[in-house]
Design a protein around this ligand. Structure first.
Ligand code: 5RP
Length: 233
């Protein structure tokens, strides 16, 4: 079974099990989360669920919701009131305690706001995302205000990390996030304590948010190579 199909299986399993009519629903970003968006659209179109109020984490997700007719609100909208019933999202790395790294797609800021504002949070992934320790493979993205990228880079570097300003692929210069900030991809040269590092990064002046998600623990839907979906947490 190919990776795209595995991503789809994990996303469909989470939506089918967790999404109920009337929910205020956070929708994540990326090539796995997009399958959850599509499944929600499909169930709405088939009349199997109704009354969904969705909050999107990125232009990618917003555009897909618009295409599928999924009703969208901001987190501040009266209909949402800053609190969600459920968020479904993808991840770049997930450890055995269901802590994760996110932000490969550059949407970490809204992804974290929405995950932490949800009564329940689910991650969907294929098994390539499971790791023993966070940060050994995938660099931790850190979103910074542009005025501070150099000072933050210096500071994080002093913690023992290689820090690279994320470059845009089809534009000259850095990636500018949907909130007008830059991203520092941070590869720690030693094992980190994810909870302590999330807190430490959040305390650096100029850091908007980090891609370490440790304070709330999601349910994780992992698609295995044989096509089965394992649920954890
Ligand atoms: C975007 C994210 C994504 O959820 C994460 O990068 C995983 O993406 P994919 O499912 O495409 O591997 O955090 O900011």
């Amino acid at each position: 079974m190919d990776q795209v199909t595995r991503k789809e299986k994990a996303a469909f399993a989470a939506v089918d099990e967790l999404v109920k009519s009337g929910m205020k629903l956070g929708l994540g970003t990326g090539s796995t989360a997009i399958h959850a968006v599509r499944r929600v659209g499909e169930l709405l179109a088939a009349g199997k669920i109704a009354g969904i109020r969705a909050v999107s984490t990125s232009f990618q997700t917003t555009m897909e919701c618009e295409r599928l007719g999924i009703p969208l609100y901001t987190l501040n909208a009266r209909e949402i009131g800053g609190a969600l019933d459920l968020t479904i999202d993808g991840a770049d790395e997930i450890d055995g305690e269901n802590r994760c790294i996110k932000g490969g797609g550059g949407a970490l800021l809204l992804e974290k706001i929405i995950a932490y504002a949800s009564a329940s949070w689910a991650l969907v992934a294929d098994e390539s995302k499971l790791v023993e320790r966070l940060g050994r493979g995938f660099p931790v993205p850190v979103e910074v205000v542009s005025e501070a990228w150099t000072s933050v880079k210096n500071y994080i570097g002093s913690l023992g990390a290689e820090v690279v300003l994320r470059e845009a692929a089809r534009k000259v210069g850095p990636v500018i996030t949907e909130h007008g900030n830059m991203i520092l991809d941070t590869r720690f040269l030693h094992d980190i304590s994810p909870g302590a590092m999330e807190e430490e990064l959040n305390n650096v002046p100029g850091v908007v948010e980090s891609g370490l998600f440790t304070r709330v623990r999601p349910r994780v839907f992992v698609a295995r190579a044989d096509g089965s979906v394992e649920e954890r947490g």
